[in-house]
Design a protein. Structure first.
Ligand code: SF4
Length: 238
């Protein structure tokens, strides 16, 4: 699915202390996603029939909010959905940067070309990219056919270190085994930061996942200890 006409804002969290490392930020949610991860918490930003019903925030209201928060917020987190589907994203970010805000982008890594463009244009200060699963299971975990070459390209672009970054994986029982997590860690080994995020059984795209219990924290901590030597920073979140 391509979102072509302007940036569509499906939500705004006015303050977050946890989504942008070291910064007080707001999070803006852009609608549309090319993946269908069954455990996704944001179906209203992903499924076209739900996107339609989701109230949108006009850009001018969003920029008015940014103007009012000048001096109170350090940065903006752009997430979705998948923000890089929006062709207007570079212009949208330019306007945010012009106001002096730091920008963090959350992405599924499926659009390496745009990532490169944003990095080279100094439009992003921090990128968080999801690693959904080991290469062989990627499409299964993402709920759609994924071009793994593009994911690989995005990994390489981030590992060049031209912009601050992290990789992260939401770890879901019934999808990820211990071996899968180690496989993912080996794939991106040498990266600056890797976070394992424990799944939360909330409203999910596939309702079956709402009944799935997260792994006990000890399970993730044990794996984190094993893979920590591959990264400068490796932690369990959530
Ligand atoms: S979790 Fe998957 S489906 Fe949901 S927004 Fe992220 S990439 Fe899209």
């Amino acid at each position: 699915m391509k979102i072509s006409k302007g940036v569509k804002i499906g939500g705004l969290q006015k303050t977050t202390l946890i989504d942008y490392p070291g910064k007080i930020a707001a999070t803006v949610f852009l609608v549309g996603c090319n993946f269908r991860c069954p455990f996704c918490y944001s179906s209203e930003l992903v499924l076209p029939e739900k996107i339609e019903r989701q109230p949108k925030i006009p850009e001018k209201d969003f920029f008015k909010f940014l103007k009012e928060r000048k001096g109170l917020l350090d940065g903006l987190v752009l997430c979705g959905g998948e923000p890089t589907l929006n062709k207007e994203l570079p212009n949208f970010i330019k306007k945010i940067k012009k106001m002096g805000y730091f920008v963090k982008l959350d992405t599924n890594g499926s659009n390496p070309k745009l990532l490169e463009k944003l990095i080279d244009g100094k439009l992003v200060d921090y990128i968080a990219m999801d690693i959904k699963g080991p290469k062989e299971k990627y499409s299964e975990v993402a709920g759609t056919k994924v071009d793994i070459k593009k994911i690989q390209e995005s990994i390489e672009i981030l590992k060049e270190g031209k912009v601050d970054y992290e990789f992260r994986s939401t770890i879901v029982p019934s999808i990820h085994t211990k071996e899968d997590i180690i496989e993912m860690a080996k794939w991106i080994r040498g990266a600056k930061r890797y976070y394992l995020q424990n799944f939360r059984a909330e409203k999910t795209i596939d309702p079956k996942f709402e009944k799935i219990k997260p792994y006990p924290p000890e399970f993730l901590l044990e794996i984190q200890k094993a893979i920590a030597p591959f990264f400068e920073v490796c932690q369990v979140r959530g």
